[in-house]
Design a protein around this ligand. Structure first.
Ligand code: ADP
Ligand code: ASP
Ligand code: MG
Length: 419
């Protein structure tokens, strides 16, 4: 017998038929003798609709009330799934974040989980009752409802798994695992049987939204066994969880040493969520970069790729960097206000860019991965606007128009295409 957390995303609970399907997945595990805690998302599209309502209601919504509104989608699904389970003769009840409670900090809209009181959940396990928990939400100081940021139900599931000492956290979604790149864009993708925590962390943070980045970090830190699998398979056609054979189904996120044959490049991710900013004719003297990026840090704006050109005249240079697109307005505001102090000619920005990243733990020991990337892009006439690297990834900024072409080209170039 194992203790497992089963998490179901928005498309898996999109309507009552799908919720019935989810209930059958849960019942299969209960019938096999496993202890189960379930975490659910809001029905597909619901959270977007709720976010839009808050924006219609107020130009700059109070984040605490925003959380009250957007957390409600998960409340509905948790109740509906508990009802469906009861209907099938499975003992079940719903739990909201505040009832557990799942304590978070006060960063409404993107709160961090501080601790989870698992005592009450343990007591319900003891009486054989399935806990159906609303993902994405918690309890902030002052007894206020908080939410964990978009895609946060993955993090709720991993946090619950860590708190109750679960043997496995199964993330059920609309794809049957983690692929070499987003299957919505490239058709020749391959499913990975295993991926290391570190690679998955890079994939997620560089744009592969199949798992929320924070959920992967939390699983890595707490040693939670994490697997991505499909909820769309017929529940009675798949075997119940077998802890001795986890890689037989979906994608297992695991330690690097559990992967027999490490690929040089495991996957490719992309994000269109960044904007490029260039400051033209910046004074080329000590302290200027510190001032620019210090001001942005003070405004809580995270800067990603940074490129500084070599000064042509010895007095001036251009500085290019990227920020989240949602922070572009604020970035402009901060830098335009500080223009006399920083000293630059012009600020130009662009949102027509995409950041494409190749990821692979094998890069630590293999040379030439970057050269291959640049060569493949050049062969299609795609111009690289900026480059950044770390131990296991290389990212480039290119024109957004070439997103699909670049992904397909790189996917073939690194031998990732399905045979
Ligand atoms: P859920 O609602 O279940 O949380 P998400 O939409 O958040 O589902 O995540 C699943 C989606 O992630 C897939 O439909 C797929 O388009 C996308 N995705 C992006 N990159 C990848 C990848 N490398 N492997 C698998 N899915 C990916
Ligand atoms: N419903 C939330 C969202 O759409 C949380 C989640 O699905 O993980 O972001
Ligand atoms: Mg998701």
């Amino acid at each position: 017998m194992a203790r497992i957390v089963m998490k179901f995303g928005g498309t898996s609970v999109a309507d009552l038929d799908k919720i019935s399907n989810v209930a059958r997945h849960v019942k299969r595990e209960i019938d096999a003798g496993h202890e189960v805690a379930v975490v659910v998302s809001a029905m597909a599209g619901r959270t977007n609709e709720l976010v839009a309502w808050t924006r219609d209601a107020a130009a700059r919504p109070d984040q605490r009330e925003y959380d009250v509104v957007v957390s409600s989608g998960e409340q509905i699904t948790s109740g509906l799934l508990a009802l469906k389970l009861q209907d099938m003769g499975v003992k079940a009840r719903s739990w909201q974040g505040w009832q557990i409670p799942m304590h978070t900090d006060a960063m409404h809209g993107a709160a961090r989980i501080l601790d989870i009181d698992s005592k009450v959940l343990d007591a319900h396990f003891a009486i054989g009752e399935v806990a159906v928990m609303a993902g994405f939400q918690g309890l902030a100081p002052g007894n206020r409802i908080s939410t964990l940021g978009r895609g946060g139900s993955d993090t709720s599931a991993v946090a619950i798994a860590a708190a109750i000492g679960a043997d496995l956290c199964d993330i059920y979604t609309d794809v049957d695992g983690v692929y070499t790149t987003d299957p919505r864009i490239v058709t020749k993708v391959r499913r990975l049987d295993r991926i290391s925590y570190e690679e998955m962390l890079e994939m997620a943070s560089l744009g592969a939204k199949v798992l929320q980045t924070r959920s992967v970090r939390m699983a890595m830190v707490h040693g939670v066994r994490l697997r991505v699998r499909s909820s769309f398979e017929a529940p009675d056609k798949v075997p119940p969880v077998d802890m001795d054979n986890l890689a037989a189904l979906g994608t297992l996120v695991c330690n690097e040493d559990e992967i027999m044959e490490q690929q040089v490049v495991s996957g490719i991710a992309y994000t269109r969520d960044e904007a490029k900013v260039t400051l033209i004719r910046v004074d080329d003297k000590p302290g200027v970069s510190a001032r620019i990026f210090g001001l942005l840090a003070d405004a809580n704006i995270t800067v990603d790729v940074i490129v500084q050109n070599v000064s042509e005249d010895g007095n001036h240079t251009d500085v290019t960097f990227t920020v989240p697109e949602s922070d572009l307005e604020r970035t402009r505001g901060v830098l335009e206000a500080a223009r006399p102090e920083i000293g630059y000619g012009e600020l130009v920005d662009s949102t027509d860019i995409v950041k494409i990243s190749v990821i692979g733990a094998g890069m630590r020991t293999h040379a030439g991965v970057a050269a291959q990337m640049f060569g493949a892009l050049a062969s299609k006439g795609i111009n690289i606007q900026a480059i950044t690297t770390s131990e296991i990834k290389i990212s480039v900024l290119i024109d957004a128009e070439y997103t699909e072409l670049a992904l397909r080209t790189l996917h073939s170039s690194y031998g990732l295409d399905q045979d």
